[in-house]
Design a protein. Structure first.
Length: 323
């Protein structure tokens, strides 16, 4: 009696299994949950271009900004798990499941809603100010912030986004209070600094290096555990004596958690090949963004450790905000 059931199963599901094996058979949308011009957008477009070449099928980057990245990220969590909607996210993906409950908000998604595909880049943030402004050293910046508490302001990619968390980690360690001005992505946050609307910004080097080299921004310190090769003169907060001020903006590819195994395998293979392509490595070298590729199993472990570290940082920010 089991044979007819097996035959029926194969008849019903064979087309679906074949479609998964031939994936993708139509354009794939890669959502970047921030506006064009920021770190995640730069990486997403470079990866998507190479994936399109590999698959001979368009991989289209769709910028879906809002709520510090939560809008676009949630859209992927709720998308059909067929592999045709994927995500290029920053480390902020780990923040909102922690920060929203702290603020009495419903959790838009959980990390368990995603299948990690690959870590692509990892970049320590840098503190930048306007080059024509009064601050030439981090010590001058801190002295001014202490003299004028809550009057010096900084822009970010959104409330509890990566740039917000990084700046508050620094402010907490330095014993200063600044006014936070959130924007809908790294690009608008950079524009606010260049336009004189804010005093400072925590930025990924990729989004700021052009303005720094062009003499429009000045970098004061970095969040990495060692100095950046592109800015060997820039001290780290760690060497300046600030504890627990280490932060990286990483970018990684995700699919909805229920994506079928054949689809996940095809995604992993395509991202792996895209990141190894000389055109991609050249694009990252041009914007001086270090490639830190990890395949799905290793990325899953990295994500768990990073999420635990960010949870501690976000909870500290919450305690500071309540004072």
């Amino acid at each position: 009696m089991r044979k007819p059931i097996v035959v029926c199963f194969l008849v019903l599901f064979a087309p679906l299994l074949q479609a998964q094996g031939n994936y993708p058979t139509k354009p794939v949308t890669m959502i970047a949950p921030f506006p064009a011009g920021g770190s995640v957008d730069l990486v997403a477009r470079a990866v998507a271009q190479q994936m399109s070449e590999i698959w001979k099928q368009p991989v289209v980057v769709a910028n879906r900004p809002g709520a510090g990245g939560a809008v676009g990220t949630t859209a992927v969590a709720r998308a059909a798990p067929d592999g045709y909607t994927i995500l290029m996210s920053l480390s902020s993906i780990s923040i909102f499941p922690v920060s929203d409950p702290m603020n009495g908000k419903p959790v838009p998604y959980q990390l368990a809603d995603f299948a990690p595909i690959a870590l692509v880049t990892s970049d320590p943030t840098v503190l930048v100010v306007a080059a024509d402004g009064p601050y030439k050293t981090i010590q001058e910046f801190i002295a001014s912030a202490k003299a004028y508490p809550n009057q010096m302001n900084y822009s970010s990619s959104g409330i509890y986004g990566t740039l917000h968390v990084a700046m508050e980690m620094f402010a907490n360690a330095a014993g200063i209070k600044m006014f936070h001005v959130p924007y809908q992505g790294g690009g608008p946050a950079v524009a606010a600094l260049l336009g004189g609307q804010v005093h400072a910004l925590a930025s990924g080097p990729a989004a700021a290096i052009g303005q720094i080299k062009g003499g429009k921004m000045r970098a004061l310190a970095g969040w990495g555990d060692k100095r950046l090769p592109m800015m060997p003169e820039l001290p780290t907060f760690k060497e300046l004596g600030f504890k627990d001020v280490e932060f990286y903006i990483w970018s990684g590819v995700f699919a909805p958690a229920a994506a079928p195994a054949p689809v996940v395998a095809r995604l992993r293979a395509a991202v792996r090949a895209a990141v190894a392509d000389p055109l991609f490595t050249g694009a990252m070298e041009k914007v001086q963004t270090p490639i830190s590729y990890l395949d799905a199993p290793e990325f899953r472990g990295f994500l768990a450790k990073d999420a635990a570290r960010l949870k501690v940082a976000v909870e500290k920010i919450g305690k500071v905000a309540e004072k």
